[in-house]
Design a protein around this ligand. Sequence first.
Ligand SMILES: [Zn+2]
Length: 88
Amino acid sequence: MDCLWCNAPNVEESEKKDCYWIMPDGKRSIKILQIPAINCPECGIYVSDYMNQKVDEALSIHDLSEYPEKFTYDQLLLAPVKQLFNWK
Ligand SMILES: [Zn+2]
């Protein structure tokens, strides 16, 4: 794929990056480790908009109340899914 920022060819989503993140409800800030990131020789290592969106989605779908302040992207995807329709 091309770099999303500078269009350099042949960049790969081959790196991992640790990022601070605000939970969708804005109440908690967390650190997500090892998010898949793009490695561009010009721009450096960064998380794509697509991956940003995936993380936001995952944060709103999964129940992270039992999680510590720091966890990996893989752990995020393994968290229990919220039971949206059982809320009273
Ligand atoms: Zn670039």
